[in-house]
Every structure is written in C-alpha cells, then in structure tokens.
Design a protein around this ligand. Structure first.
Ligand code: SAM
Ligand code: ZN
Length: 494
C-alpha cells in the first residue's frame, strides 16, 4: 500500500528530532493539531506544541509509554476527567459508608459478616488502585481557572455514558480471565481480513481501543509497521499501556452476579500473555476518536472494535471521518454490535442500511462475517452474555467531502445567548416534573397515597383511581431508584 503523501515535512523533521518525550516519530508525523488542524506539531521534553496556534498538549509517561493528551482544549478535558474521578471516589465512599453501617448491625451471621468485610476491603483497595492508575494525570493539581470561558468545558464534554468505570470489566476480559473470549473476538476480526490485507495493514489506527487487547493481538499477529491505540478513557489506556509493556496491574473485580461468597470482591492480576518489546512500534494516544487529531490519509488501516454503535455521532458522519484518515485503497475493519442508541430513530440503522451508508461514504464492503461469541463472561459471575458480532472490512474507493467537527452537545447548550429550542422532550419532562414536585410537596408524614390522590384528582379533574395510580407510580419509581441503584457503574456491561 502506498505511503501517505500528505504528511508535512516539518512534522516529519520534528519527529526525527524527538527523543526526550519518547513519542514515536512515526506517530508524531501523522498527527494534526485538534485545535487548528495544522500538522506542524513539535515536541519538547514533556509536551507537544502546535506551532500554528501555540496550543500545548501534555505528554504523560506511564511505564514504558509516553502518551500525548491531544484534545482541542487539553485543560478542559483534564477537568472533565477530574470530575469523573471525583464522581467515582464519591460513589466508592458512599458504598464504603453503606457497608460499614451494615457491618455494625447486631444480628449478622458469620457468612454475612464475611461478605460485607470482603466487599468493604474490595472497595477500599479499588479506590487506591484506580487513583494510582490515574496518578500520571496529576488531577489533584488540575483546577478551573477563573478566567476560563465556561463554554470551553462544554465543548470538551465527554458524553455522560462514558464514565471512568463504564468499561472496567473490559480490563479483566482483556488481561485476566483467560477464558477464550479474546481469541474468539480475534478470530471474528481475522475472518474479514484477507491474507494479503493482513500482510499490508501498514500504519494501523484503532479508534476506541479501550483496554487494548484487540489492538495488541493485531500487532502481535500481523506485525503492522505501526499500531496506534486511541481512546478518551485514561483508566483503560493507562491499564493497557502498563500491561502491554510487561507490568502487572492489580485490580479488584466485582462480578455482576457473584457465583459464591469469595467472588463478591476478587483481587485480580491483569497482565499480557507476552509483553511487547520496549521498542515495539505500538503507541497510545488520548484523543477524541470522533474528531481524530490525525493528518488526512495518515493511516493505511483504521480499526473500530465495538465503537460505531456506542458513539453519539451518526454512522454517516463517522464513516466520512474514517474516510479522511485513509488513502484510497486503505481499509476500515470493524467488529462489534450494531445496537445503535441514537435518539433519532432514523439513525438506528439495520445491518443493510449500515452497509449502504458506508458505501455511500466512499467505501466498498469487501468482506463481512456474523458469528455468536461470548461477551464479558467473567468466570466469577453467574451472569453471562453472548453477542452475534458483525465484522466487516471496507476498502476506501474515493475521497468524500470534508468532515465537520463533531460535538455531541448542540450549540444552544454551549452558547448561552442562543435560543433554547422547544423540544418535545422538554414539554413532556416539564409536566412530569411539575407533577412530581406537587406530589413531593404534599408529603407531610401524615397524608396517604389516597389523600394526595384526592387533592390531585380535584385539581386536574381526574378520576380518583387514576390520580391514586399516578401518585403511587411516581413514589414507587423514586423509592425503587433509591433502593436499588448500582454502586458506581462498575456493574456496567459495556
Ligand atoms: C464498548 S467499548 C469497546 C472497547 C474496546 N474497543 C473493546 O472492544 O473492548 C467503547 C470504547 O470506546 C471508547 N470511546 C467512547 N467514545 C470515544 C471517543 N469519542 N473517542 C475515543 N474513544 C471513545 C470508550 O472509552 C471505550 O473504551
Ligand atoms: Zn493548532
């Protein structure tokens, strides 16, 4: 496959000079500034700098890896992850408090006492482990600068669904369970990569690489000339970069449905079957995979494992962005589910629509595969999932129009002077909240559901039974949410 032509000489030179940061020259030469799109990035001891717009991007050393933090507003993105870490610490503490209180109960049997102690110890250890993994970011020293435009925070906002611990269990699947899942996932991907394609992966970019096992298996098996793993989540990327270069990462696992008492909180060791050589051409990059800070046509292969259906960007815009990263003839390899969750039903595509859309974006689909494989099957859990995974390989046939910058928050949320649109969800939420507020205000410790229902029926001209039902539904909903919330998202299935 032809080498990409549009990489600037200047950045190539910067790459050649680079030694202190340890960012691979082969990576540096492919980057573009996420703030102004210039490819002229230079490297100093602990940062990259854009010579066009002067934005500086920290580079974090983690074990053997030097990982650039290449977001358009690096400080705001750090603040985002600081608040996510604080959220995690807060929930972890709330869980510890709950467990300590439960342990004080007088009527505890020995087994219950043991289970609560295991869980408490697990949460305490996990707090330290997660904080230690994130230590390179030095988040305690990241603070909101008063002169900063608050909108910059919103522009850098990571979708709510992407929590620090959203994919925590992926770390165990990738580096600990050794239950054959990774091998089956790799086989699914391999089935759409021809022998010729495998031999010419070239510079390979994995978007949303997570804790990195698939990118690692591809690197070890196909030996591409460069592998770059991009993700936004520092917990996953720091775990991945440690493990791949030979460190063992201890982490406590809290299975979804523990098989027995010992499984409630299990101390696990995560490590790679065979570490990469210290000089392996494998690099990590903290960056937004929906606006990848990479030069046009800078990668020969783009891989998207379990990504296209969990992002807020629609498939068309995402495909256009992948197209930009590849030269004609470059390949896009995807594997994962197609369970789109867009608010706009038009964007929740079928497999057939997805292929049609991809072909309209300058690709031809050259291989597809569907197979049922295990998914997050912790040996410690009674809860198992299988997925019918769709893999495809698409070859880029031609360039398409320039992609737009993607922001998942609309302009009216960022620019506080623009009009807020009268969305249908707001009017539904408005009457719902009003009703909730009224019901909650009526609670005085004496009134019953019947009493509150009677005054509601009078006010809104409802039938008595209808109003009672509404009151009970709302109170039950609030009660159950409080009573059964999961501790901190650690039980997410990904
Ligand atoms: C379902 S997980 C898949 C992880 C990994 N590819 C795997 O197969 O196990 C989705 C991954 O996408 C990452 N992600 C979500 N939004 C992203 C974005 N805008 N840019 C880069 N990565 C993103 C998440 O942090 C997470 O690691
Ligand atoms: Zn710039």
């Amino acid at each position: 496959m032809a080498a990409p032509e549009r990489i600037s000489e200047v950045s190539m030179q910067a790459g050649a000079e680079l030694s202190e940061t340890g960012v691979l020259p082969e990576l540096l030469s492919r980057l573009a500034c996420p703030a102004c799109v210039s490819t002229e990035l230079t490297a100093t001891a602990d940062r990259l700098k854009c010579t066009q717009c002067d934005t500086e991007f920290p580079v974090y050393r983690n074990g053997n890896a030097d990982i650039p933090w290449l977001f358009s507003d690096p400080e705001s993105t750090l603040l985002e992850w600081k608040s996510r870490l604080n959220g995690f610490l807060h929930n972890n503490w709330a869980e510890q408090t709950k467990l300590r209180k439960a342990k004080k109960s007088k009527s505890l049997g020995a087994l219950t006492k043991n289970r609560l102690s295991l869980l408490l110890e697990g949460r305490m250890t996990q707090r330290i482990q997660v904080s230690e993994l994130l230590a390179p970011l030095d988040l305690e020293c990241v603070n909101f600068d008063k002169g900063r435009d608050p909108a910059s925070l919103l522009r850098s906002r990571v979708p709510k669904a992407q929590g620090l611990s959203s994919y925590y269990n992926n770390i165990f699947r990738d580096w600990c369970w050794d239950n054959g899942e990774n091998e089956q996932q790799f086989e699914a991907l391999k089935s759409v990569v021809s022998d010729i394609a495998a031999a010419t992966l070239g510079a390979t970019l994995t978007l949303g690489a997570g804790s990195g096992r698939l990118a690692y298996d591809i690197h070890r098996t196909f030996n591409p000339k460069l592998s770059v793993a991009i993700d936004i989540n520092p917990l996953l990327m720091f775990a991945a970069s440690k493990v791949m270069f030979g460190e063992s990462v201890p982490l406590v696992e809290f299975p979804v449905a523990p098989l027995n008492e010992a499984a409630f909180a299990m101390n696990q060791e995560c490590f790679a079957p065979k570490p990469l050589a210290k000089d392996a051409k494998f690099a990590f990059l903290f960056a937004d995979g929906l606006n990848p800070p990479c030069a046009d046509a800078s990668f020969d292969t783009v891989i998207t494992p379990w990504l296209i259906d969990i992002i807020p960007q629609n498939l068309r815009d995402f495909a256009l962005s992948v197209n930009r990263l590849l030269p004609t003839g470059g390949q896009w390899i995807n594997t994962g589910s197609l369970a789109f969750f867009h608010k706009d039903i038009m964007q929740c595509l079928s497999e057939e629509e997805a292929f049609e859309q991809i072909e309209k974006c300058g690709f031809e689909i050259i291989a597809t595969d569907r197979r049922r494989i295990p998914y997050l099957q912790s040996p410690l859990s009674a809860h198992w999932r299988t997925e019918s995974v769709l893999s495809f390989c698409a070859r880029k046939t031609h360039d398409v129009e320039e992609t737009r910058l993607f922001r998942h928050l609309p302009a009216w949320l960022i620019d506080t002077s623009s009009a807020v649109p009268g969305l249908q969800e707001f009017s539904v939420a408005s009457s719902d909240h009003l009703l909730r507020a009224q019901i909650l205000a009526a609670i005085d410790g004496k009134r019953s559901i019947d009493d509150i229902g009677t005054s509601l029926a009078r006010e809104y001209g409802l039938k008595q039974a209808e109003a009672q039902n509404a009151v009970r539904r709302i109170l039950m909903d609030l009660y159950e949410t409080q009573a059964q919330g999961t501790p901190d998202g650690m039980q997410d299935l990904g």
